[in-house]
Design a protein. Structure first.
Length: 580
């Protein structure tokens, strides 16, 4: 197969090691799996990105511990689909892009690869922004924050990050041994992320206020009514506002909850992860001997780090922000009686929310006709309950979380340990986005992996370098949420493609599951693909209405048309061969 690296001695040794371990029993097999795991950690590095961190932060702000269940549930379905992708790839040994085009539908194949490249570029934007914000606000606030001009500081951060990430992504193309060294670097980075966030939560747990772990456990029980109803802890605030505006606040909260839930589902397993999985295994020379390892690799290298890291951020965020007004917006004072002064961007976000409440009362056109002074007076004269709702819903970022944790965990844990975790999240994601794009571009042009086509493909996500310069202020952190919704719209393309591949005998041959095993695979994949399709449709409908539905109809219509055209040609060819 063109582009698949030739097998070297390392792959042969790994295969033999697995076979010998399996013959010795389960304990030896488990030991071998631990030693050889790798691609699952690459998945972890990409999923623990700015999208997951931002989603976790806003889950804690909006729903508290009540939405803890979303990310683990989404990841369970994601692991199911990635396991199916692993089974198809390792059983057939075929490159999925060509297999989908040849045996399923080229519209799905091309849609998958183009969507992957688009997602890599779009998702790189919030990663650079996130790393820049953490370095300037948490780790080096004086030298990179207030100590130099903003543009110079951003260049000081972004240039080294881009150079390091490109170098590491290129190193992955240097054969199987290079990939293994790369795996160890990624494992170390993922471990650093987990240790950082777990350390903050442990420090928070031993503080005087502590953490209600009974509520944490209850938060993992799915509550699907969060899609159409505000969190219970916010209902009291809503009831305090004038009756005619309760629906306004309720809808605003529900809309934000839906966006965050959909974003969390999207970043659990993004469409680019479905591309990374098969090609990272083929790159290492894995085949059907490695199928058991592949599923173990996903469970330990992907699910566990994702569960721990995201849960820790949700717990920390919920403990500090959920149902709590942003300090200083309502005239609060500190322990010495001095009035708290919120940051300018926090005030701007608060006033934007409050302005939407005024528009609801007098109409958008009437509001726009007011002078700036009159607008401000309207905002200042809102009832106290409405002001409190606006202050509760103000979006906060990792720096705000670190600031709020400082009195409880101390400056070192709140800023440095947490900040290191945030930077690790961003950098590891950028590296993997570059790596995936290198694979995708090679497939796009049918070129071998590891050459200049791969290296140049790795450079496209470097466009994320522009993120900190285009999206300024603390809006940088929120940028990860809309980009995640974008990814959700594209995900079903990959899910349904591999659903069909799992049931295609031309691809799997004798390895196609049969009987009860096939039924189980299909039920689990149908649930995962159905969830992705539902979330995708919801994203398009909420953001684009009937235009979004039109996009789906056009894409599905094109795929169906190509399907019947291909079938017609196959029947004609079969008839021609029969007559001959």
């Amino acid at each position: 197969m063109a582009g698949v690296p030739s097998e070297d001695k390392t792959v042969q040794e790994d295969r033999q090691y697995l076979k010998e371990a399996k013959s010795k029993g389960k304990l030896s097999t488990l030991k071998a799996w631990v030693r050889l795991s790798g691609p699952g950690w690459l998945q972890s590095a990409i999923t623990l990105g700015g999208g997951s961190l931002a989603s976790s932060l806003y889950i804690g702000i909006l729903g508290g511990l009540a939405i803890l269940w979303v990310q683990p549930l989404a990841m369970i379905f994601g692991v199911i689909m990635l396991s199916a992708i692993s089974y198809v790839t390792l059983s057939s040994g075929k490159k999925p892009f060509k297999a989908i085009n040849q045996e399923i539908n080229p519209v799905l194949g091309w849609g998958w690869i183009i969507a992957t490249i688009m997602a890599n570029i779009v998702w790189s934007l919030p990663q650079f922004s996130l790393a820049t914000a953490a370095l300037r606000q948490n780790l080096f606030p004086q030298s990179l924050g207030t100590g130099m001009p903003e543009t110079s500081a951003k260049l000081m951060v972004c240039v080294p990050i881009m150079v390091v990430c490109v170098a590491l992504a290129w190193a992955y193309g240097a054969g199987v041994k290079g990939a293994k060294i790369f795996d160890w670097i990624i494992k170390a980075m993922v471990a650093l992320i987990m240790i950082s966030f777990i350390g903050v939560v442990i420090r928070l747990a031993v503080a005087e206020e502590g953490i209600d772990f009974a509520s944490v456990l209850a938060g993992y029980v799915p509550k699907f009514d969060m899609l159409w109803s505000p969190a219970d802890s916010l209902q009291g605030y809503i009831k305090d506002v004038p009756a005619k505006f309760q629906g306004f606040w309720r809808q605003m909260i529900v809309d934000q909850q839906r966006d965050v839930i959909i974003a969390a589902v999207a970043v659990a397993v993004g469409i680019n992860m479905t591309f990374l999985r098969p090609y990272s295994m083929l790159k290492r020379g894995w085949d059907k001997t490695f199928r058991g390892l592949a599923i173990f690799d996903l469970s330990t290298g992907l699910f566990i780090p994702f569960l721990l890291a995201t849960s820790c951020v949700v717990i920390a965020s919920a403990s500090q922000f959920h149902a709590e007004p942003s300090p200083g917006l309502l005239g609060e004072t500190d322990a010495q009686g001095k009035k708290l002064e919120p940051a300018k961007d926090v005030v701007n976000k608060y006033e934007k929310i409050a302005a939407s409440r005024v528009k609801e009362e007098i109409g958008a056109d009437a509001f726009e006709n007011l002078s700036e002074k009159e607008k401000q007076e309207r905002i200042d004269n809102l009832p106290k309950a409405d002001k409190r709702m606006a202050a509760v819903l103000v979006k906060r970022d990792a720096f705000d979380l670190a600031e709020s944790l400082t009195p409880l965990t101390g400056h070192f844990f709140a800023h440095y340990i947490f900040g290191i975790g945030v930077v690790g999240v961003a950098i590891s994601s950028i590296i993997i986005l570059m790596l995936i794009n290198g694979f995708a571009v090679c497939e796009l042009f049918d070129r071998p992996w590891g050459g200049w086509t791969y290296r140049l493909g790795c450079l496209a996500p470097a466009l994320g370098f522009l993120g900190p310069f285009v999206w300024t202020g603390k809006a940088q952190f929120w940028l990860a949420v809309p980009t995640s919704v974008f990814g959700m719209v594209l995900l079903p393309v990959a899910y349904f493609s591999f659903f069909l591949l799992m049931n295609e005998k031309k691809v799997l041959g004798e390895d196609m599951p049969r009987g009860g095993k096939r039924l189980l695979w299909n039920v689990l994949m149908a649930l995962a693909a159905g969830m992705a399709a539902f979330a995708s449709f919801w994203s398009l409908w909420s953001k684009a209405g009937w235009y979004g539905v039109g996009v789906i109809v056009v894409f599905v219509g094109l795929a169906v048309t190509v399907h019947f055209v291909r079938k017609g040609r196959e029947q004609q060819e079969s008839a021609g061969e029969a007559s001959a």
